[in-house]
Design a protein. Structure first.
Length: 258
């Protein structure tokens, strides 16, 4: 009979156990999906090493790399508004992680392996609350940041095509690279949410809530875009402005092109 606990990754339950609720609503769905994925985990031992790494550190690292790449693309294309949106999104992700701690201590949902002690757990058991998932907050925040930057870039291009003012003119810069990076970020982010349930660390509701919490936070802080754009435009001719878009080359300065 196959053991129910993977001793390669699991640790003993922390001695100072937290108190709280066993599972939040929808209880039936959370429990059933968690146990279904736990059975899948038992049947796919060949994937345990990768899923452990991806759920623990590899997923967040890859998402951060994609986020930095998106910023680099926008910076190289001299799209200061896109880089500003990404900077706001990064800040919002950090804020969402803070909100996550407040929500978690208010909800007090215990880790699923407390209610299901026979569950297969592929990561070290932690002595904190499960709802919402910190990892899914990172996934939702960084992914929504790139999508927001893509939306802003596309919107400005549409405005330029309609013959609006030069101040609205964007972008002769292609958005294809941002679209590709946004698609990759969505796949990696959703897979990280799946992985956190697969390794036994969270209920599905935990990762959905974390992803949505971060996405809403990014959208809310994104409402500050007009003020951030103004500040970046003021700083455009300074060294600080170079952080948001690539300085023009000497040749472009002589030709007068951006």
């Amino acid at each position: 009979m196959q053991p129910l606990v993977d001793t390669a990754f699991s640790s003993k339950t922390p001695p100072a156990a937290l108190t709280g609720v066993s599972v939040l609503a929808p209880k039936g769905l959370n429990n059933s999906v968690y146990l279904d994925l736990n059975r899948l985990s038992r049947q796919t031992t060949w994937a345990h090493g990768f899923m452990h790494d991806y759920a623990l550190w590899l997923g967040p690292v890859l998402l951060a790399v994609i986020f930095v790449a998106a910023y680099g693309v926008a910076w190289w294309q001299r799209s200061s508004h896109a880089t500003t949106v990404l900077a706001l999104g990064g800040l919002a992700t950090v804020v969402a992680l803070g909100f996550n701690q407040i929500v978690g201590h208010a909800a007090k949902e215990l880790r699923p392996y407390v209610s299901h002690p026979q569950a297969l757990v592929l990561v070290a058991k932690s002595n904190d609350y499960a709802f919402p998932s910190d990892h899914s907050v990172i996934a939702g925040g960084l992914t929504m940041s790139i999508l927001t930057a893509l939306y802003v870039g596309s919107s400005r291009r549409r405005h330029a095509r309609r013959g609006r003012s030069a101040a609205s003119a964007p972008t002769r810069r292609p958005l294809r690279a941002l679209r590709v990076l946004a698609a990759i970020s969505i796949v990696l982010g959703l897979f990280l949410c799946f992985a956190r349930v697969y390794v036994g660390a969270h209920y599905p509701g935990d990762v959905v809530a974390g992803f949505l919490l971060a996405a809403v936070t990014v959208v809310a802080i994104g409402l500050l875009r007009p003020f951030a754009f103004l500040a970046v435009d003021v700083a455009d001719a300074t060294v600080v402005g170079n952080l948001f878009r690539r300085p023009p080359s000497e040749l472009s300065k002589l030709s007068g092109t951006p």
